[in-house]
Design a protein around this ligand. Structure first.
Ligand SMILES: NC(=O)c1ccc[n+]([C@@H]2O[C@H](COP(=O)([O-])OP(=O)(O)OC[C@H]3O[C@@H](n4cnc5c(N)ncnc54)[C@H](OP(=O)(O)O)[C@@H]3O)[C@@H](O)[C@H]2O)c1
Length: 270
């Protein structure tokens, strides 16, 4: 039987690094630590090797289609397919950021939503039977952050990916027009990007079921508020604690729920 393989995006630090550490201990196969910057990635691999673990490394900038394609080719050639994809990479502007909100909205949705969708779409065709896709989202991406008419659209069981992409584009356009709050959006690009990740999770899970690939489970989660470069030092949880739910979803046994949003290893309402 071929070696199993798991990929964790954005795993040179923070929760992603903690996910790789835990997967190295709990997943029976190769775990690929990925980073957009090779040097930061290799430093992280060396750190884990110092702990007696043996992650592999591959470069991945989720914002680059070429980088995604190179990783896909490597996975196909070396492993014949993928067993676990954990979409962890993400960005967030600090609350005190003076970057204009339209720029924050554009960049945040690009990486946290569009690029994450691109990685997933590129790798879905090579997901092996009984594989798992995990979207690291946030409870800041709960439906309640948008007004009811948008909640209805995002949570519609017939929402398609093109419709979801249009909704996300609409947010950026409304921000540019200066009327996003009047249109029912919050002033958090991060929250909207994470809302989009959860909606995408549900769309892909439905697609797997409709195409008879019911053994491929696709779930989203919030890791909890963790002490990382993104969230700062005041968060109550360590990055290691933040890794618990994503790893739980990566290792879900057959027959577990799919298309759900999880917090603390339990399905919660979105
Ligand atoms: N920390 C929390 O409290 C918290 C709560 C809820 C959800 N989350 C989510 O958990 C995930 C990890 O967050 P974290 O706190 O560990 O953040 P972090 O410490 O800032 O780490 C983010 C990781 O994503 C990588 N990344 C960013 N853009 C990328 C790109 N274009 N391509 C590849 N990698 C990229 C970063 O790489 P570089 O080092 O190169 O920048 C870094 O490795 C994120 O999706 C975040 O939204 C975090």
């Amino acid at each position: 039987m071929s070696t199993k393989v798991a990929i964790v995006t954005g795993s040179n630090k923070g929760i992603g690094l903690a996910i790789v550490r835990r997967m190295c201990k709990e997943f029976s196969g190769d775990v690929i630590l990925t980073a957009r910057d090779k040097s930061r990635g290799r430093t992280a691999v060396t750190l884990l090797e110092g702990e007696g673990l043996q992650p592999k490394f591959h470069q991945l900038d989720i914002d680059s289609r070429d980088s995604i394609a190179t990783l896909k080719e490597f996975i196909e050639k070396s492993y014949g397919g993928l067993d676990v994809l954990i979409n962890n990479a993400g960005i967030a502007y600090k609350r005190a950021s003076t970057v204009p909100f339209i720029e924050q909205a554009t960049n945040t949705l690009k990486t946290n939503f569009t690029s994450t969708m691109n990685v997933t779409r590129a790798l879905l065709p090579v997901m092996k039977p009984n594989s798992r896709v995990v979207m690291v989202s946030s409870d800041l991406g709960k439906l309640k952050i948008v007004k009811p008419h948008l909640q209805d659209q995002f949570s519609s069981p017939s929402l398609t990916e093109p419709q979801l992409v249009s909704l996300m584009d609409q947010f950026v356009q409304d921000v540019a027009a200066g009327n996003h709050e009047a249109k029912g959006w919050p002033t958090t690009a991060y929250g909207v990007s994470k809302l989009g990740r959860i909606a995408l999770t549900k769309i892909i899970a439905r697609e797997m079921i409709a195409s008879g690939k019911t053994d491929i489970l696709v779930n989203a989660c919030c890791p909890g508020w963790c002490r990382t470069d993104m969230a700062g030092d005041n968060a109550p949880l360590s990055a290691e604690q933040g890794a618990e739910t994503p790893v739980h979803l990566a290792l879900l046994p057959a027959g577990s729920p799919t298309g759900e949003f999880w917090i603390k290893k339990e399905v919660v309402s979105w």
